[in-house]
Design a binder for this molecule. Structure first.
Ligand SMILES: [Zn+2]
Length: 137
């Protein structure tokens, strides 16, 4: 009788120690690290400006994508095309010109000559930066 109760005391003591150390132990960092790394590789980075611009320009037609990339920047604000969402295409003096948003669209139309001239300068600038690969030659 006496011996049995000693065993019971001992067992319940072990269970208590096991519960306390189980609750008090800090969470293992390994699983959290694994779940944090997995989606970074699988999903496109949302806070990467270059990725956002590529995505916005990707919404244009294939022909317009070539034109927008050749111009590179808004003909009014000189913001990178795609940084404000899909670029806005407009025809000024029979030439396709891209601006970054509707607000720039209105300003471009109010001064088409200056806007076309600026778009030409932007194209030259982009072209000189990507001299190594010129599809026109
Ligand atoms: Zn704009």
């Amino acid at each position: 009788m006496h011996a049995v109760s000693r065993v019971m005391m001992c067992l319940s003591g072990l269970v208590l120690v096991g519960l306390v150390s189980g609750c008090g132990a800090p969470p293992a960092p390994a699983p959290a690290k694994g779940t944090a790394q997995a989606p970074a590789a699988a999903t496109p980075p949302a806070n990467d400006p270059a990725g956002e611009i590529a995505e916005a320009i990707g919404k244009l037609s294939a022909e317009d994508q070539v034109l927008a990339k050749a111009q590179g920047f808004c003909a009014v604000s000189e913001e990178p095309l795609g940084s404000m969402g899909p670029p806005v295409k407009l025809m000024l003096n029979d030439q396709p010109v891209f601006v970054c948003c509707e607000g720039c669209n209105n300003r471009a139309k109010s001064n088409p000559d200056a806007t076309v001239a600026k778009a030409g300068k932007l194209k030259d600038r982009v072209n000189s930066q990507t001299k190594s690969r010129r599809p026109g030659e």
